[in-house]
Ligand binder design. Structure first.
Ligand code: HEC
Length: 179
């Protein structure tokens, strides 16, 4: 009898939380904002960052706080309604939870790897420029096209001549560049 009660309790203790977990997991798949980790800034991200595109665009990438600040500023120029201090809160939040250090599925692109191996702007492919310098696909392609037409870049200022590339991003990434 005691044994049975024990088994019953064990059964409940194990199965109940599991079924609740399954239920809540299903709930949150309807609303991606529920998957955001708790922290200061979550509310801004949940309310602002899915107004124009899916939240997965944000949650599927890993960037440093600086890179997130650039992205968030870009989003403000796209029309995101955030004040300057709110941009900072969002950048800190995203850098903390979606930063290079917290990425488990990006082993070769960890922060150390990125800072150790510089991006050669004259030799890298568009894809490498995109990930290495945190450019958009369009910007990276513009760099490659410019390079093909006009020859090698020798300074950061040369690179800034490429139209359609955000100079602020280039400044932010200049320590990772090699010419
Ligand atoms: C007013 C509309 C709008 C809002 C609000 C907005 N975005 Fe965007 N987002 C865009 C557009 C348009 C693009 C594609 C063009 C571009 O890259 O600027 C984009 C692209 C992106 C990209 C991919 C481009 C890249 O540089 O890798 C990320 C990441 C991103 N947004 C994150 C965010 C985050 C984080 C927020 C909240 C702070 C946000 N977005 C809010 C309009 C918006």
């Amino acid at each position: 009898m005691i044994r049975r009660t024990f088994l019953m309790i064990l059964f409940l203790a194990v199965l109940f939380p599991l079924s609740f977990q399954a239920l809540s997991a299903q709930d949150s798949s309807d609303d991606p904002a529920k998957k955001l980790p708790e922290g200061k800034g979550k509310d801004y991200v949940a309310s602002v960052c899915q107004q124009c595109h899916g939240l997965d665009l944000t949650t599927s990438s890993n960037r440093t706080v600086d890179e997130w600040r650039n992205v968030t500023n870009d989003m403000v120029s796209n029309g995101a309604a955030l004040e300057k201090d709110e941009v900072e809160i969002v950048a800190q939040y995203l850098g903390k939870f979606f930063g290079p250090a917290s990425s488990s599925d990006q082993p070769k692109d960890s922060k150390e790897g990125a800072s150790a191996s510089k991006v050669n702007v004259n030799k890298s492919t568009a894809k490498e420029l995109e990930t290495g310098l945190a450019l958009t696909e369009k910007e990276a392609k513009a760099v490659v096209e410019y390079r093909e037409k006009n020859g090698k870049f020798s300074t950061l200022d040369d690179l800034k001549k490429v139209s359609g590339v955000d100079a602020k991003k280039l400044d932010a990434a200049k320590d990772r560049m090699e010419f």
